[in-house]
Each structure stands twice: as C-alpha cells, then as structure tokens.
Design a protein around this ligand. Structure first.
Ligand code: AMP
Ligand code: GLY
Length: 427
C-alpha cells in the first residue's frame, strides 16, 4: 500500500514511526515532514495548504491512502478534496471538522443531544457577552469561537478578567477566530483526554492520556500546546470510559450523522471529570500532540489497518491491543516558548534510544547538514515503563543525554499519576 502522511510535528513523527512498521506498507511519503519522519518516509516538500498540489502528487504516485495529522488542513477541506478524487483518507470532512473549528457548533450539538458540558451562550458583540457574564458571575470561561492555536481560552477567576477577555476577542486579539465568543460555565475537576476512532457509524475506543498544558512546573504559568503527557490517565477508570462512550461519544456520532456531517476520523475529547461524571470541554478532530506519542508507544496492534478501517467504514471488523505499561513523553522546547524564541539553534546530538524509548522530532530541520530546532516545541522524549514513575525515570534519563543548549523542559511530567501510584502503594 502506498501511503502519504500530511504534517510535520511530533504527532506525525509518532504516526510515521508506527505506520512504517506495518507489513502492509509498500511506499511511504510524508509532506512536508521533518528529519525524524525522514527516517521512516520519503519527504516531499509540498505546500499542504495547496490542495491541488497535494491531489496532483497523489495522482502522480498512485497513492492509495492519505493520513492527515493536523487540524488546519482538515478544517480547510483537504480530506474532501482528496476524497473527490476517489482516495481513501483518514480525517474528517471540513463539515465534520467544525467540531474543532467552531466551539459554538460543538456546543449546539451538545445542547441538542443532551451531551454533558458547561452551560453556555454564543455572542457576536461585547455588550451582550458582558451582561451575561455579570449575571453569571465568576469563575467563568471565555472562548474565541474559531481556531486560535490553543490561545483563545480564558479561564477567568474574576469578573474583570472575564470582561477583559471579551474585549480582547472583539478587538481582534485572535483575528477572525474571535468574531464570535462563547461564554461557558467553569467546570471543576480533573482533566483527561479520550481518543476514539469513528467511521461515521461505528466507534473504536482507543486509549486515554493526560497532558500538561502549562509551561511551568506544578502546572503553573501560561498555556502551551502541551509540555508532556502520559497514558493511560488514571482518572479514566473503566466506568468513566463507559460513561464517556455512552453519554458523550455515541450521541455525538448520532448528532453528526443527523446534521449531515457524519464524522470519520479520530475524536479527541477533552474531558473534565467532575463530581457528576465526565463532561466535555472540547473536541479536537485529530490526535493530540504530544498525547499521540504516548498512545503510539503503547499500541501493540498494526496502526495502518485501524486507520484504513476508519476511512473505509469497517471499524466494526477491527480491534486494537494496548500494552498495560504506561508511557510518558517530555517535551523539549526552545528557551522562551511559548513566547518569542531563537530559531535554527543547533542540536548537537541525540541519544541512541533503546527498546520502549524514542525521541520524536516535533520542530526540527536540517540547515547546512546540521540538525536545528525550527519550532517552539522541538523534541518529544518518550519512554514506557512498568509504572508511570518508571516511565518518567527512563524518559528523563534519555532526555539528559540530549545535547541541545537552547532547549528546556519541565522536570515534573506525570506528577499527578505518580502521586496516585505512591498513595496506592501505601494503601
Ligand atoms: P481548550 O482550548 O478548550 O482546550 O481550553 C484550554 C484549557 O482551558 C482546557 O484544557 C481547560 O484546562 C481549560 N478550560 C476550558 N474550558 C473550561 C471550563 N468550562 N471549565 C474549566 N476549565 C476549562
Ligand atoms: N496537547 C493538546 C492538543 O493537541 O491539542
């Protein structure tokens, strides 16, 4: 099978690493990819925003299957364009990608299908949004409607913070994404990410993970794309998974089909586990980054048939096997991230990874024959172990052998799960 993977981050390196192990793979291309992905696939310097160029490449190489990693090309309709040529594609249509592309769209589906989520209202002007916020009181959450690279959400603990966030949105801080604002109730609990494949009709639950979104140790400081993750998420017990499937995923599948946008791809449900049970914070329509890296480390099954079955409507005929061993990944980022940082700093050397270990490339490139850091999040140092504590130990031991002067990381990834492991040892 000839496969093209779209994307260039750590998530795509993890997908490429796993897909390349499939005996079904005959030719493997990635666009635009990165030097890590280049260990597994032939890199193609395509502009992935140019859908005609991607379609022409697929025709030229007689590609059978396209896997789209990131959300932006999905929201822009790349999957629709390629399907119009008869290609099999992993990833939702633009209509179905609204689940990530528009928070208001998702909230309306939740309301119509009784999916548990924070109570909300949508606004297209500041005075009405502010009046609603004053009536509700703080804490309260203000969100730009559209894609804002994870930066459009303000969890306001005071009324003033919430009112300022409304002004930011309508004054253009998030561009077109902020033309509409969703104000929603603050949910109190522990967060978890849940991943589930869906082919429009059938669902195949994958696994759970927890991300560390804040830049600073102890989960402090500003939000980032994610500084590290581990899988599974201990808060997602078998009962919580079952409730999430029944109360959140299944009604969403029905709602999407009935709204004329059947969902095909991976649901990445951001959940808050509250006293009432799982409640939806948001949907993403692609794998999490860096959550995907730990999922791929734990997946024992061949990934390619799972993604193919998702694209072809045969998910009821496959199953996924997982290692019980937890996996943990630590993000190494350029100093200054998520603010301004220096680009093209040299990475002197990467360590040789052993069994159950892998350094995924997230933001790297080659410059004059030297590996350099090209992005904010640059490397994802990943390991598995018998416990989260053991996986953490192995990941940091590997990370300490990375030689990159401009890199930094958090040293406490996994702390919540490790606390739990300690408590259950003592019990
Ligand atoms: P999002 O971009 O929607 O994932 O939101 C970013 C982060 O804001 C989430 O990971 C949560 O930590 C927090 N958040 C979003 N919505 C809520 C909510 N309704 N209640 C509490 N925290 C929230
Ligand atoms: N790690 C969070 C995300 O991929 O959106």
């Amino acid at each position: 099978m000839k496969v093209l993977l779209i994307g260039s981050g750590g998530r795509e390196h993890a997908l490429a690493w796993k897909l390349a192990q499939s005996p079904l793979m005959s030719e493997f291309y990635a666009a635009p990819g990165n030097p890590g992905i280049g260990e597994h696939a032939i890199l193609v310097p395509l502009n992935i925003e140019d859908h005609e160029a991607v379609a022409a490449f697929c025709k030229d190489k007689a590609i059978d299957f396209v896997v789209v990693g990131p959300e932006a090309p999905l929201v822009a309709g790349l999957a629709d364009r390629l399907r119009a040529d008869g290609l099999s594609v992993f990833g939702p249509s633009a209509g179905a990608a609204q689940l990530e592309g528009s928070k208001g769209f998702t909230k309306d589906i939740c309301a119509r299908y009784g999916i548990p989520t924070g109570a909300y209202q949508r606004f297209n002007n500041a005075p009405k949004a502010k009046a609603y916020i004053r009536a509700q009181g703080a804490p309260i959450v203000v969100k730009a409607d559209g894609l804002a690279a994870g930066k459009g959400v303000t969890v306001a603990m005071t009324l003033d913070e919430a009112l300022d966030a409304v002004d930011d949105c309508f004054e253009g801080a998030f561009g077109a994404a902020g033309a509409e604002v969703v104000v929603e109730a603050y949910l109190d609990g522990e967060e978890a990410s849940f991943f589930c494949l869906c082919d429009g009709k059938h669902a195949l639950p994958l696994a759970t993970a927890q991300d560390h979104k804040r830049v600073g140790e102890g989960d402090t400081g500003v939000n980032t794309g994610g500084m590290g993750a581990y899988s599974p998420a201990p808060v997602m017990t078998a009962e919580m998974v079952e409730r999430t499937m029944k109360e959140i995923i299944e009604p969403t599948i029905r709602g999407m089909a009935e709204s004329g946008h059947p969902f095909s791809g991976v649901f990445f449900a951001g959940l808050m586990i509250t006293k009432r049970g799982p409640e939806l914070i948001e949907y993403n329509v692609r794998f999490g980054d860096p959550e995907c890296q730990v999922l791929m480390m734990r997946l024992k099954s061949d990934l390619l048939p799972l993604l193919l079955a998702t694209a072809n409507g045969t998910l009821d005929q496959v199953s996924a096997e997982w290692s019980d061993d937890p996996a943990l990944t630590v993000v190494m980022a350029s100093k200054g991230y998520p603010g301004a940082y220096e680009k093209n700093t040299p990475i002197q050397s990467l360590p040789e990874a052993g069994e159950g270990e892998k350094v995924f490339h997230a933001g790297t490139g080659m410059k004059d024959g030297v590996l350099v850091a090209t992005g904010g999040r640059v490397l994802n140092v990943t390991a598995s172990g018998g416990t989260v504590a053991e996986a953490k130990g192995r990941a940091y031991a590997l990370l300490d052998r990375v030689r990159w002067e401009n890199g930094f990381c958090r040293r406490d990834i996994g702390w919540r799960a490790i606390e739990r492991e300690k408590t259950s040892d003592e019990a």
